[in-house]
Design a protein. Structure first.
Ligand code: PFF
Length: 446
């Protein structure tokens, strides 16, 4: 007999879990650097429009399908399909989602491992262990392997404990801490010399870039990645929401939290980069752009932190704690997707499923660590730039073209009886049916 399905016990628990999935390295690292290299506030402006006009409707599609079917992505998409061909397509999309999210987790785990290593570095320095500190900050296969394994073990541990005792409990502890640390860091960094130049680079728009196709593509990719869309994460979290919950409202709260924290992260990272510049740290790459890749987190910011003296040690601990928490609340949502499928479809016990699948993903991570140059960028590009938008497109098609409109309405009405007369129902069905799929494809083929 399969164990009964888990459910979030409160709105707060769901909000912390879903915004925990959404808020990750994509917000704190990806968003600010994307903004900096795409015309500052011009990117912010485009991002806000795309996040609410494209990503929010797609997020709602996943949440509604999930809660209706109360099942993993494969079963859920099959439940809303009728006819053999659409059921086959459902199987395919569900599976590609599971494979995609597993590969996203495999590279995400590596980067998260770096964050843990950099979290321990200031502690090692505080204890005077300079050799350990050098080992922790030196990019090497051994260090990367150990820390990805450590990170994956924590992820497996939380997912093994289930929806209430694992995901909800940990997200409810970690997300409020993340917000507090982020606010404290912003306040501190903004008092340092050079910070205002960073704020200017972030918030003063260069509108000449707004029609630039690469800005649109980056902004859409960022919005989809940031809201964890297309791969069944939000669908599976939606399947654990109580029927009394008002879906349009909680969906918009998740989107607002995600966008809000990304915007706030920009107020930390860009000022910090310009503070680094003012202290003599190089923040531009050879092509004259801001350093945005791994160099930003593992070289520019640590160099800045070492120029800060004693206080830099505590700022470093806080910053890398922030990054680790953000990664962890996202990684648990990723592992939940294949685990829920294995538990529900193959009646595997949750702990066993988490252990087996988590270990398999860790092995993929290790293969990437050992073959970093050919594999890392490839996996990132295929999963986030090719697979994720196409899956987002497919989810919109399932929600709007395959699933019956009356059933969608009934589902939303459970927790929001007045939905039919509200603005959401006037706009959303049309949006997911026409605007989202077309816009996703247009931007994708740009
Ligand atoms: N939303 C996460 C971030 O912004 O870092 C990344 C992510 C989480 C992508 C979960 C996909 C996913 F299923």
């Amino acid at each position: 007999m399969a164990a009964p399905r888990g459910e979030f016990t409160s709105r707060f628990g769901f909000l912390m879990a879903a915004s925990g999935s959404a808020v990750g390295l994509g917000n704190i690292w990806g968003f600010p650097t994307n903004a900096a290299s795409n015309g500052g506030a011009a990117f912010l402006f485009t991002y806000l429009i795309l996040a609410f006009a494209l990503a929010y409707p797609a997020l709602m599609a996943e949440l509604i399908i999930g809660r209706y079917a109360r099942a993993n992505a494969v079963t859920a998409l099959r439940t809303i399909s009728s006819g053999n061909k659409t059921r086959l397509a459902a199987l395919l999309v569900g599976f590609i989602g599971i494979v995609t999210v597993s590969f996203i987790l495999s590279f995400y785990g590596i980067v998260s491992g770096w964050m843990i290593a950099f979290f321990f570095d200031p502690i090692a320095r505080l204890l005077g262990a300079s050799q350990l500190s050098a080992w922790l900050t030196n990019d090497a296969v051994m260090r990367n392997s150990l820390f990805v394994v450590l990170f994956m073990l924590v992820t497996i541990y939380i997912i093994s404990a289930g929806v209430k005792e694992g995901i909800e409990k940990w997200a409810s502890r970690l997300m409020p801490s993340l917000i507090v640390i982020l606010l404290l860091l912003i306040v501190y960094v903004l008092t340092l010399p050079g910070a205002m130049d960073g704020l200017r680079a972030y918030l003063v728009p260069d509108f000449s870039l707004i029609a630039d196709p690469s800005l649109l593509v980056d902004a859409m990719g960022q919005a989809f990645f940031s809201l964890s869309l297309g791969v069944g994460t939000m669908l599976i979290y939606g399947s654990y929401i109580s029927s009394n919950e008002n879906l349009p409202t909680i969906g918009s709260l998740v989107a607002l939290l995600d966008v809000g924290i990304a915007v706030m992260a920009g107020m930390l990272i860009l000022p910090a980069m310009y503070v680094a510049l003012a202290s003599g740290v190089e923040i531009y790459d050879d092509a004259g752009g801001l350093i945005a890749g791994p160099g930003l987190i593992v070289s520019v910011l640590p160099s800045l932190l070492t120029t800060m003296g004693a206080i830099g040690v505590f700022v470093a601990i806080a910053f890398f704690a922030l990054m680790t928490i953000a990664s962890l609340t996202s990684s648990i949502s990723m592992l939940e997707v294949p685990v829920a499928y294995a538990v529900e479809h193959h009646e595997l016990e949750r702990r066993r499923a988490a252990m087996l699948i988590g270990s398999a993903i860790t092995v993929i991570s290790l293969v990437i660590v050992f073959n970093f140059d050919p594999l890392f960028d490839l996996v990132v590009t295929v999963t986030t730039e090719v697979s994720q938008p196409l899956l987002g497109f497919a989810f919109c098609i399932f929600a709007a073209w395959i699933w019956q409109r009356s059933e969608i309405l009934e589902e939303i009405k459970q927790g929001c009886p007045e939905v039919e007369s509200g603005i959401f129902w006037k706009i959303w069905p049309f949006y997911v049916k026409f605007i989202c799929p077309v816009a996703i494809l247009v931007v994708y083929f740009q």
